[in-house]
Structures are given as structure tokens and as C-alpha cells.
Design a protein around this ligand. Structure first.
Ligand code: SF4
Length: 374
């Protein structure tokens, strides 16, 4: 079993986080109940990860330079194989069953992502199937279609939060990176729309090596501060479209500078101990991605599965993940961003798999099952 002494003490909640949780007590009592239960039992090894749902075959209206999602998209599969992914895709009933299992397990957060999740015509039905009063429903969006009307609609169906992505504060740079004219302008308008609709909100941005020291990044921080928008930073990983782009991977100087900024501004990564959680790598225990066909990946940047929710129960999959020698331990490092033994192994397994099959992620039996358990 993972060494729980490695978790370290739970962090005290910020005032803002405490008041948000109190609000859930009235709006979503079941969510509040699950948060309390999780806080009480975290030190016993209980986990309550976010489930990040990749929906609608990851259809997207943009084509970004370092997108990890491209190999999962129909447009890319059609280019490579001439047809869309033939594997059975999760439908509303499957999502409903997943929501029930998640609720029983004590999970309380779903992130809807793609591609661009807003392109899913069944989004309203999906939110309903997931039950937005038993879970916090968070929408990942590039903001292009998230105008005021859409933001109000999302709030009205029980949506909790919008996470709007922006890769550069300079319009020209962002639009070029996204291969979409007007993307920057629409993203800024989407941020205002989310706020006006009463949604929780954050701006997410991807950090490549050196960006943290630029004037552009400083302007982005100033913008977020002036609008009181939390800034969520993810670090580029040498996987997906960025495989082979080691020059994008942040080094210690970038990471140290980021830590300094986190102390001074409302900036965080998914390893920041800002939600009463220890700040460590969160494979399995903090976030899991559910692919369109039910495969569960223990980290948003890994293309390998720990099991398929269409065939196995959530608790069996989580238990298996927590027992894996790479995934279970509470590590200080990001294994897919910093541990070159893991990165090489991961990328070799993925490349070998792609020689025989165009479909990702690599199933459990051909990936994590080949590594040791505790
Ligand atoms: S491996 Fe890295 S990106 Fe993945 S969960 Fe851990 S810290 Fe996050």
C-alpha cells in the first residue's frame, strides 16, 4: 500500500475556500456531505479524485500547437485510418451509472472536457445525467462559443464553474497558437460572461519553458488580478503533440519562479495545496480522465489506462491504480513531466502500441499491468 505518512498534514482552508464550501451546504447538501466525509477520512487513505470526462469524441473547433488530445480526435483518426473510432462510446446511460458509482464512492467533481465540450449537442442532457446537485460540474472551454447566453444557460442547468483557457495574453500569439482568428477576443469575453452569470471561474494557461519570465506572462497575471480571476497553470509535458518537443518542458528555474508567483498571487497548479489537499502528484488520487470509450487514465497527460468503466467498477479500478508502484505513492515530483525513467517507459509503451493499433489510451493489460504493484 502507498505510504500514507508521505501525505503530510491536510492544509488549512483559505477563507474563500471555506465560504465556497459553506455555500454548497445550502445549494448542494450532498456535495457538502461528501466533502466533509472526505476531509475526515483523507488521512486514512480515502481518495476523492476529480473525474475528467472527455466527451463527444473530443470534437474541437480549434487546432492548437501542443494539444495532447489530437490523437483521440475523429479528424486525426480519419486521417490515419480513414474512419472514426469504432470502439463503443459512452452514452447517457453509461454516464448516469458512472455518476451513481462516483456518488457512492464519495466523489463530488466532474470536469467536462474535449476537445471543446460546448460542441456536444447533448451537453444539457449529460449534465442532467451526471446530477449537478450531487456533483460539482465544471466546464473546460476555449471560450469561443461561451457567450453570455451560453454562460447563463450553463449556470441555469446546474453548472458550477467554467475553466477558460488562454495561451498568451497577446492576441496575435494566442490566435496563431490556436490556429483560430478571434480566439483571444472571444476568450476574454467568455471570462466576463462567466462572471456575469455567477459561475465560479478560472483562467487556465499552459506554461512552456521560459514563458514565466516574459512580459506577456506578467501582463496575464496583472489582467487576472485586475479582474479577480484565479490563474490555473499547467506545465507543458513531453507527450501528445509535444512528444519530441523537450525544449517546451519547464526546468527548475521555471518551477521555482512559479512557486514564488504562487506565494504572491492567486496562481496555482494542480499540485498547489490550496484545497485542503497535500500538494503532491495526484495520479489516481486527485484526478482521473475518462475517455469516450470508458478507459480511465490516472493523469491528464498519460496515454495509458488503469481500467475501463464500461466493464469494471470504479472501486476496483481505483484500487488497482493505488496499488501500482508508479501511481499509488504520494510523490513530490510530476512523473510524466520530470521523471525521465517514467517518461521514457510511457512514451515507448505508447509508441509500440501505436505501431499495432491507432487507438489510445493503451489498455491496462498492455501498460500499467506490466509494472509492479506493492
Ligand atoms: S504525473 Fe504530473 S501531471 Fe500527472 S498527476 Fe502527477 S503531477 Fe500531475
Amino acid at each position: 500500500m502507498p505510504d500514507l505518512s508521505e501525505i503530510g498534514p491536510a492544509q488549512p482552508l483559505s477563507t474563500v475556500e471555506s465560504s465556497k464550501r459553506n455555500l454548497q451546504k445550502t445549494l448542494r447538501p450532498r456535495v457538502y456531505e461528501k466533502i466533509l466525509a472526505y476531509n475526515d477520512r483523507m488521512m486514512d487513505g480515502v481518495i476523492s479524485p476529480i473525474l475528467r470526462l472527455k466527451i463527444n469524441r473530443s470534437l474541437c473547433n480549434m487546432k492548437c500547437e501542443h494539444c495532447c488530445e489530437e490523437p483521440y480526435m475523429t479528424r486525426d483518426l480519419k486521417k490515419r485510418t480513414g474512419k472514426e473510432d469504432p470502439r463503443p462510446q459512452m452514452g447517457l446511460e453509461d454516464y448516469r451509472r458512472l455518476s451513481e458509482q462516483a456518488d457512492q464512492y464519495g466523489l463530488f467533481r466532474f470536469v467536462l472536457t474535449g476537445g471543446e465540450a460546448l460542441l456536444d449537442k447533448n451537453l444539457g442532457d449529460l449534465v442532467k445525467a451526471l446530477d449537478p446537485y450531487k456533483h460539482l460540474i465544471v466546464l473546460d472551454t476555449n471560450g469561443y462559443y461561451f457567450d453570455l447566453e451560453k454562460a447563463k444557460w450553463f449556470a441555469s442547468i446546474g453548472g458550477y464553474k467554467a475553466q477558460i483557457s488562454l495561451d498568451s495574453f497577446f492576441a496575435e500569439e494566442h490566435d496563431k497558437f490556436r490556429n483560430t482568428k478571434g480566439a483571444h477576443d472571444r476568450a476574454l469575453k467568455a471570462l466576463d460572461a462567466a462572471k456575469e452569470s455567477g459561475l465560479e471561474l478560472l483562467l487556465s494557461t499552459c506554461l512552456v519553458k521560459g514563458r514565466i519570465f516574459t512580459e506577456e506572462f506578467k501582463l496575464l497575471i496583472d489582467y487576472c488580478e485586475s479582474k479577480a480571476i484565479p490563474l490555473y497553470v499547467s506545465l507543458a509535458k513531453p507527450v501528445g503533440s509535444a512528444r519530441g518537443h523537450d525544449e517546451w518542458v519547464c526546468d527548475k528555474a521555471d518551477v521555482d519562479a512559479l512557486k514564488d508567483l504562487e506565494a504572491k498571487h492567486n496562481i496555482f497548479t494542480h499540485m498547489t495545496p490550496s484545497y485542503g489537499q497535500p500538494g503532491k502528484c495526484i495520479t489516481v488520487k486527485g484526478i482521473n480522465t475518462v475517455n469516450h470509450d470508458g478507459e480511465i487514465m490516472p493523469c491528464p497527460y498519460m496515454d495509458m489506462s488503469i481500467g475501463n468503466i464500461m466493464h469494471e467498477s470504479l472501486d476496483i479500478i481505483f484500487e488497482r491504480g493505488m496499488l501500482n508502484k508508479w501511481l499509488g505513492p504520494y510523490r513530490d515530483e510530476c512523473i510524466i513531466g520530470e521523471n525521465w525513467d517514467f517518461i521514457k517507459w510511457h512514451n515507448t509503451v505508447v509508441s509500440n502500441h501505436l505501431e499495432n493499433s491507432p487507438y489510445l489510451p493503451v489498455p491496462y493489460e498492455q501498460s500499467f499491468a506490466l509494472t509492479e504493484s506493492f
